[in-house]
Design a protein around this ligand. Structure first.
Ligand code: NDP
Length: 280
């Protein structure tokens, strides 16, 4: 019997726990979200983050800068937020316009305020197994696996995708949780065979329904990070859900799986950053 991993419900419980924690703090953690340009998807994400932060009692501010903002001006905004004691977390919404080097901007964020966990210092800490601010999407996946009681110790886990945002930190977290991890990518020779060996599959490739049901081992846990819009407007994941759900032991839907966890984990990271900075 396949279990549906309900990301909406698990994220709602996490958001409520964060709100309770904030209410006990005696101050409002501050989150600054920086948006450059008019990318409509980014604007939707930023609004959702702002709303969720406000609902959890976090003081959220959005800095919306024009698309022609220079890299120097953006770095000056980041420097101001780094220096602002009321700001505990800084998030720069990606992608940035092509004339701005994302790497330079990420490296300018104070690592103690880097609630996306993308700064090289936090990346290094994660890979060293030291406490760090961890990227929100893979952190959310770990919480989904825990909520679904998926046992990771010694389990064969396959991470599909090796991006800095999802695949690589995901592999580090699974390794830290004692899984035996394989990372697959566009040069992997036989993706289906790698998949069939895995007891835990995390798909983050951005290819609509590429992972088929007959790639999934009976009883495997399948976490679908992918968000792909089909020409007919439907949102689907990287996994062919209906086929995979017939064989998987547990599976996340798209939408309603990993997506809601990403924002909930951002709130959790903001509170963690606030507590570490204000009450070390
Ligand atoms: P990237 O495009 O940065 O990385 C995609 C990865 O998948 C790369 O490592 C790439 O390999 C690999 N890949 C691409 N095509 C194939 C293929 N045909 N076979 C095997 N591997 C392939 O994407 P992201 O990691 O940023 O995002 C992945 C997906 O997750 C997207 O759908 C995105 O929308 C979604 N996402 C969802 C979030 C959420 O909150 N739910 C948050 C972030 C992302 P190579 O390295 O060789 O190029």
């Amino acid at each position: 019997m396949t279990r549906l991993i309900d990301g909406r419900a698990i994220a709602a419980a996490l958001r409520a726990a964060v709100a309770e924690q904030v209410a006990r703090l005696g101050y409002r953690p501050g989150l600054a979200v920086v948006l450059v340009g008019e990318d409509p998807a980014s604007a939707v994400y930023v609004r959702a983050k702002d709303r969720a932060a406000g609902a959890a009692g976090i003081a959220a501010q959005t800095r919306h800068l024009p698309a022609d903002t220079s890299e120097a001006d953006l770095l000056a905004v980041i420097a101001g937020l780094n220096a602002d004691p009321a700001v505990d977390g800084i998030l720069v919404q990606l992608p940035l316009p092509p004339h701005i080097r994302a790497r330079a901007v990420i490296e300018a964020i104070d690592p103690a305020k880097d609630v996306d966990g993308f700064h090289p210092i936090n990346v290094g800490r994660l890979h060293d197994g030291v406490a760090a601010l961890v990227p929100c999407t893979p952190l959310g996946v770990m919480k989904l696996l825990a909520a679904a009681d998926v046992s990771l110790r010694g389990a064969r886990a396959l991470v599909l995708g090796r991006s800095a945002i999802v695949g690589r930190p995901m592999a580090a977290l699974l390794t830290a949780a004692d899984a035996t991890v394989t990372v697959a990518h566009s040069r992997t020779r036989d993706l289906a065979a790698e998949c069939r060996r895995a007891e835990v599959v995390v798909a983050a490739i951005g290819r609509a329904e590429m992972v088929r049901g007959d790639w999934i081992a009976a009883g495997a846990a399948v976490i679908d990070v992918g968000i792909n819009r089909l020409p007919d407007g439907r949102l689907v994941g990287d996994v062919a859900y209906a086929e995979a759900a017939e064989v998987a032991g547990a599976i996340t839907p798209v939408p309603g799986g990993v997506g809601p966890m990403t924002i909930a984990c951002l709130l959790e990271n903001t509170v963690r950053a606030a507590m570490a900075r204000r009450d070390p």
